[in-house]
Design a protein around this ligand. Structure first.
Ligand code: 5GP
Ligand code: MN
Length: 338
């Protein structure tokens, strides 16, 4: 996407006319959705707006150090005030997701609010009918990188500070697996360089995300790899599945299993990996691929999900065992090439 001057102008206008702004993150929030929302909130607060960040459910431990993360309103904890924040807003932003259903328990308020709606996101296939203004850039590494482009090309540039740069850097770093994938465009590294000029400390920020694991997180990783990894070399596929009971053994905190799917994908000759986690009445699915296999299409077709070409999520309302069977059956049929 090439940023259009008229879109930036419309954004500036919408913000100028709004007093009450709500920034919405997607469910099972990651560092890109939280980082972009907190960065934008910081800018909007400097403009004197009343700004709330709302989130459907729990924020992973590894991003809880971010300044002002404790002020985010989480629907699972304070549903009424999240609904009020969406219903009473003049302007709402969808940060890092492409359609209202990605916000689970906030979706209803998103459908009912009279607020103007703006999308800032890098997922494929945004719901164009819902938004008044869209910044949709699937070619961008992260929503944080896209937001940084928007800010740098708008009246808001002068408000960028070290905290904002750090939030944005975290989204960029985590959505690219520490600059390993989804970052083959020079612009991503140019953005990272610029963020360092704003004062980001790379080592410190990296340590806060990646060298800050709870013991439970490390142990569940060890257990997943040693006991739960199922590999299908003939189909270039592998998956890990964890029941609610197994997750409970490790405390089942938010974000506990974040990143585990990548270990299944890291096996030589494996180009499709999945992680199944039993959450309440459904199974949460994470899909990753190397190369040409499109897990976004796979998840849309089979598990009510979506995401990106090489990283997508989805869900199943079958039992864990039935979901495993369904997945294994699909794995044996889809032709995955490495
Ligand atoms: P994860 O496996 O880390 O939960 O998700 C991988 C990517 O797919 C993320 O960019 C996430 O936002 C997106 N994603 C996860 N679940 C869903 C879903 O149910 N629908 C859609 N459209 N995208 C999803
Ligand atoms: Mn993202």
């Amino acid at each position: 996407m090439i940023l259009k001057k008229e879109h930036i102008f419309q954004l500036e206008q919408l913000i100028a006319e709004a007093n009450n702004i709500t920034l919405i993150t997607h469910s099972n929030p990651d560092a890109d959705t939280i980082g972009s929302a907190l960065a934008f909130q910081n800018i909007l607060l400097q403009l004197g707006k009343y700004v709330v960040v709302v989130c459907p459910n729990g924020i992973p431990e590894f991003i809880q150090w971010m300044p002002n993360v404790d002020k985010i309103k989480v629907h699972d904890i304070e549903g009424k005030s999240v609904q009020d924040a969406v219903m009473n807003a003049d302007l709402v932003f969808a940060m890092d997701f492409n359609a209202p259903h990605r916000t689970a328990n906030i979706e209803k308020s998103m459908q009912e609010t009279n607020a103007k709606k703006v999308l800032i996101d890098h997922h494929l296939f945004p719901d164009e009918s819902y938004f008044d203004l869209m910044f949709s850039a699937p070619e961008k590494s992260s929503t944080c990188e896209l937001l940084f482009d928007i800010l740098r090309n708008s009246l808001f540039k002068k408000f960028i500070n070290k905290d904002i740069a750090t939030y944005i850097f975290v989204g960029l770093m985590t959505d690219t697996g520490s600059f390993a994938y989804s970052c083959n465009e020079p612009e991503t590294f140019e953005a990272a360089a610029e963020l360092i000029r704003y004062g980001v400390n790379v080592k410190e920020t990296h340590d806060r995300i990646f060298n800050n694991n709870s013991i439970d997180r490390l142990r569940v990783l060890g257990y997943s790899i040693s006991d739960k990894l199922r590999v299908f070399p003939e189909y270039h596929s592998a998956y890990i599945s964890l029941s609610a009971e197994e997750l409970g053994r490790y405390g089942n905190s938010d974000g506990l299993t974040e990143g585990i799917v990548n270990y299944a994908l890291s096996i030589k000759g494996i180009c499709f990996a999945a992680l199944l986690t039993e959450k309440g009445d459904k199974i949460k699915m994470s899909f990753r691929s190397k190369g040409t296999y499109n897990v976004n299409a796979f998840s849309r077709a089979n598990f009510e999900g979506g995401g990106h070409h090489n990283a997508a999520g989805g869900k199943s309302f079958l039992s864990l065992e039935e979901t495993e069977k369904k997945l294994e059956n699909l794995i044996s049929k889809i032709e995955i090439q490495c």
